[in-house]
Design a protein around this ligand. Structure first.
Ligand code: NAP
Length: 344
């Protein structure tokens, strides 16, 4: 039997991806939809401006959108709520015994909340047990979309010992939600600022790569400097990464680790786990945003153009689909893994 789930922020860019990716999902069935008071009380097809290239699922069209004040029947809540409301709303749902798996920034760095990329730190999900005892329910978070690409791209080589990294991102407009940035501002342009984004990319990886000691996370010590840019692509964040290792590392070592990388979701055959988790390109002009963002149904992170760095040791490019692996798809994969680990 499928688990009934609710999508919070169901009308937004991330909420729409949840609805698309959960259509015919083997584990989960969308039962309830939640958005702001602007949408509550309306059928979903009227409340949402559907912006995806697949049809709005029939079973969703007539569902009446609920507000965050309404009681929910679903145990599992996938959240794509605006960060202005996510903090308090997600805490309230946790106190009512729900398991909230969230894309919003609000609780990512809370001491008792795991920040999870399923391939990298599945053991952090055990923090849910203590939360359930304390609050009745639990909050689990998905990292920032650019962070997810970065940590998956470097995960294969992380244990070789990374001293420091510089990352420059070229981020798609869907990352700003809908309707997002005015076309007048973003077309024929690159904007070298996204509020709060650099701090997230610099701070979140050390929690994700941190050690869970049974009580909390001891963060990893890697130094990261991030520069972010908004570019006129619809989906897909491209990132240019330079890494300084603590010891000498060969190109062959890096390539072999990249090509053979997998994690618990692949081993457990989670339905959304991409195989391969990382697509390694030898070509110097890949990955490219438009050509490669949909690899592995948007769940594969692609890496390429690996070359020596004159200042650090190695540099390469990576690409992540921001609303799939970087948001809704990554969150669904967390839930699939929690189910298989007996945490839901
Ligand atoms: P969005 O398109 O602006 O959607 C926001 C959603 O939140 C809408 O469903 C909106 O409902 C709802 N909402 C706003 N105010 C509300 C309120 N007071 N009460 C209840 N619902 C409310 O934003 P998004 O891009 O989907 O992002 C959603 C969250 O995910 C954000 O926290 C964002 O930072 C994070 N995130 C986004 C991405 C991405 O690539 N877009 C990636 C990772 C994480 P109405 O339609 O009724 O206003």
């Amino acid at each position: 039997m499928k688990h009934k789930v609710a999508v919070l922020g169901a009308t937004g860019a991330v909420g729409q991806r949840f609805i698309q990716l959960l259509e015919n999902h083997p584990d989960f069935e969308v039962h309830e939809l939640v958005a702001s008071s602007r949408s509550a009380g309306k059928p979903y097809s009227e409340a949402a401006k559907w912006k995806l290239a697949t049809a709005l699922p029939e079973g969703i069209k007539q569902k009446i959108v609920k507000s965050t004040d309404d009681a929910l029947e679903s145990k599992i809540l996938f959240s794509g709520l605006d960060s202005d409301i996510a903090g308090t709303a997600e805490e309230a749902y946790r106190a009512k015994g729900h398991i909230v798996i969230s894309n919003s920034k609000n609780h990512r760095m809370d001491e008792d909340v795991p920040l999870v990329v399923p391939e990298i730190n599945p053991e952090h999900l055990d923090m849910v047990i203590a939360q359930k005892k304390k609050y009745g329910g639990a909050i689990v978070t998905n990292p920032n979309c650019s962070t997810i690409g970065l940590v998956l791209g470097i995960a294969p080589v992380f244990n070789l010992g990374i001293d420091m990294m510089i990352v420059s991102t070229m981020q798609a407009i869907s990352g700003a939600g809908y309707p997002g940035i005015p076309s007048f501002d973003v077309l024929d342009n690159v904007i070298p600022h996204i509020g709060g984004e650099e701090d997230k990319i610099e701070d979140e990886p050390n929690k994700i790569f941190g050690k869970f000691d049974g009580k909390g996370i001891v963060p990893a010590p890697t130094r990261i400097s991030a520069m972010v840019h908004r570019v006129p692509a619809i989906d897909g964040h491209l990132e240019a990464v330079s890494i300084k290792f603590k010891k000498s590392v060969t190109r062959d070592e890096i390539v072999s680790l990249m090509k053979n990388y997998e994690g618990e979701p692949q081993k457990l055959n989670c339905p959304s786990a991409p195989k391969p988790a990382i697509q390694y390109f030898e070509a110097v002009d890949r990955p490219q945003t438009r050509l490669d963002r949909d690899l592995g149904k948007g769940m594969t992170v692609s890496v390429g153009n690996l070359r020596p760095c004159n200042i650090f040791d190695w540099k390469f490019n990576l690409l992540v689909h921001n609303t799939v692996r970087g948001a809704a798809g990554g969150t669904i994969l967390i839930a699939e893994l929690m189910l298989r680990k007996g945490l839901i």
